[in-house]
Design a protein around this ligand. Sequence first.
Ligand code: ATP
Length: 951
Amino acid sequence: MSENPFSYVEKDLNREASDSSLNSQEKEILEATNAAMTKPNPSLEYCTMSVEETLYKLGTDGKIGLASAEDAQKRRQYYGANEITVEDDESLVKKFLSNFVEDRLILLLMGSALLSVFLGNIDDAVSITMAIVIVVTVGFVQEYRSEKSLEALNKLVPQECHLIRGGQESHVLATNLVPGDLVHFKIGDRIPADLRIIECVDLTIDESNLTGETEPVHKSPKAISRESFNDQPNSIVPVAERTNIAYMGTLVKEGNGRGIVVGTGRETSFGTVFEMMSNIEKPKTPLQLTMDKLGKDLSLSSFVVIGLICLLGIIQGRSWLEMFQISVSLAVAAIPEGLPIIVTVTLALGVLRMAKRKAIVRRLPSVETLGSVNFICSDKTGTLTSNHMTVSKIWCLGSMANKLNVLSLDKNNNANLKNYLTEDVRNTLLCSNLCNNASYSQEHVKFLGNPTDVALLEQLPKFGLSDVRNQYTKLKELSFNSKRKMMATKIQDNEKKVTLFVKGAFEKLLEKSVSYVTDKGKVEKLTKQQKDTIIETANTLASDGLRVLAFAKKPMIDTSSKLVEDDISELTFTGLIGMNDPPRPSVKFAIEQFLQGGIHVIMITGDSENTAVNIARQIGIPVIDPKLSVLTGDKLNEMSDDQLANVIGHVTVFARATPEHKLNIVRALRKRGDVVAMTGDGVNDAPALKLADIGVSMGRMGTDVAKEASDMILTDDDFSTILTAIEEGKGIFNNIQNFLSFQLSTSIAALSLVALSTAFMLPNPLNAMQILWINILMDGPPAQSLGVEPVDHEVMKKPPRKRSDKILTPELLKRLLGTATCIILGTVYVFVKEMAEDGQVTARDTTMTFTCFVFFDMFNALACRHTTKSIFEIGFFTNKMFNLAVGLSLLGQMCAIYIPFFQSIFKTESLSVGDLLFLTLISSSVFIIDELRKYWIKRNSYKDPLRYSIV
Ligand code: ATP
């Protein structure tokens, strides 16, 4: 629902539509996909053309893209935006009118109005018709709001891409692309439009969300010959065989490349599938399904009760038309047809509210799961820490070994630092410069790129040095990845001398080092003792919470651009650099809140054990005994899932871990029955994000692949946003329970009231019109406003909800039955008292009863704003929507009593101020009793906090 169009078909498309295990909706999706696959579109036309033909036909250039912005603008006007939207051809009026005929109960009501006309009861007919119009309008407005808020959810994650126009590369929204545009893409990206690939390196693309093929497909720019597909219908090259096309919505698994946009929006393969599926209703969330079921169960029981009432009434000799009208109105009122819609609107509005607080929930059911999360596994760098690195310490064996001191950049001023430029320090700094991928941005006047690399370049001026990369030639690079934990560059200087520069995790580098650079620049053999000194120093730096990198180099004879993993051997160690990456300020508080609420927090990092433990302690993750609380990647490699599941309860830090380890961690936790939220940002994190109950990806640092696999995106990459999200998730769930309690108690009260009076042979206390008005209050604005009750921050003190817990808990049931009883007793009392005064049922009697019920309902709504907290604690004015809704409902009620036109519709008459005060007094009982219940819970929560939770 809230996901982007691409996850629409996140089904197991490998299965055949005839597979009997598929439900009818899955079959429909498969059939639509299969049909869409054979429809011709631009990707079919261009896959058989050569790169040159493609460029020529689209009037573009393979190096600079479209020449001018004007050209792009013209194309945009012609082709439209690169969006897949489904146009709704049905007009609002038509939709509104269709609501009259689609609901059988409304049809019945219309029938009864018509009958009244024939029987000469014009008044009744007008009243019922008015009521129908109001009921349908309220329902329509709600449905419209629900649609609009769901539409808004789809726009929460706009896609971006790298566009090259007029030779300039820029980062733009994918909607701006037009056919002919040149696009650059790399590992982790989602393809923004249908592209004819014109060049690529090691490119594989995951097309499973389009073709169902789970293996990533190798791509190349080579044209495809149509002749090879003569056996296909109309010689169509199947979608999966168009290996020079990168399809919109698919994900780059490996490598990189450039492509020319050939199809945008509906003209893409995905657009075709999407269009064909637009008529298929989206799958519902478990909560919506539960609500649907609850609605159906309630409808059935209501029908039985109403049937009995009707039968009894007719046997008693009451007017059958009156009985029929009452029964149908009761059915309209008692059946909570608005329930699923209010749930959807509440979820959708909640998700939009979360988005404003920087957490984008991609799938509506996740809102429900958020409240059950009891383990949060988080990356360290950039999520728990600020990812703002500064070089803080440098240490080299040659110049500092004997003194065991470290060059502190924090304590020395820049003029001073130049005095420390011994040859080993100089070599370390040169390595940090040449083994580096950050680039200088004229526009931002600073270095951009990986924060580790940026920090290394930013320190050079402190030593009076500058970036010298333009004086050397980079022959080849082995890029950094979290498994290798190293990066290497093969560099050639002006004299054609080739050197390998390596930087990375100190353990990894030391394994490969055989010598070191002295302070005078000589290379000497590295002894075992010296290696120990290096490790000791690295550990000391790490214990201060610094991220430690080691640097090394080696001369190379081979001048080709070949570089393999085996070349990283026999290195000469130059030095260590320690970087500071302080924790985010808000993280400590968030972790405190989680721990208080029974949620465990685990740090998973590629950094060393000592760094991880120091940071964990700084932010309040408990590391009681590092032997039990810390597990390193090496140890993890030797453990089975079961062994890990046995010990994971004590572990709070995983150090030197890789993204692959995350999968083991999620599996072990899920095995124990825990509900896990896992963060991640890289391509390799995707499987763990998918497996976790709540996969959390990073909006800024995250790849499209990780975002695609996740359930929630943190737009600020900040761990503490998860707290906001869980808080909101729990709040939304509480709100749903609150309006459920309100709706059900009203519904039960209305039904029982009429049932009781019929059973006791009393005249009907409420007429059909009045019942319909009560229905509007119950299904309409007051209920809806309970759904937007602001979050009570104390929800975090409540332990996570069990996955198996029902929405209608026994406490909730008890509470709503108590409330309903109170409303029934109060209303019956007023009705009988009024009737007894003159011995017959007058308009005044029903007006009193009707108003009494409505007042009861409003007090009930007030009581339902919080399950356990008094209104005096949460405040009368904290939910403006609620006050507005109740205010308007009361105003409506006054109109119904005092305005002659409405008096004739509702069959009411004016009441005195004294009457209103009397009714207020009686109906406030429901609120007072609930306040007393809340007081009782609060008192007991002090004595027995485990049993009586006040949140
Ligand atoms: P997290 O998983 O919390 O993001 P991390 O970012 O510290 O942790 P990695 O990126 O896997 O984990 O880094 C692990 C180690 O690899 C670091 O401690 C550092 O020594 C080294 N390292 C990090 N970035 C680079 C880089 N760009 N080049 C070379 N080595 C690096």
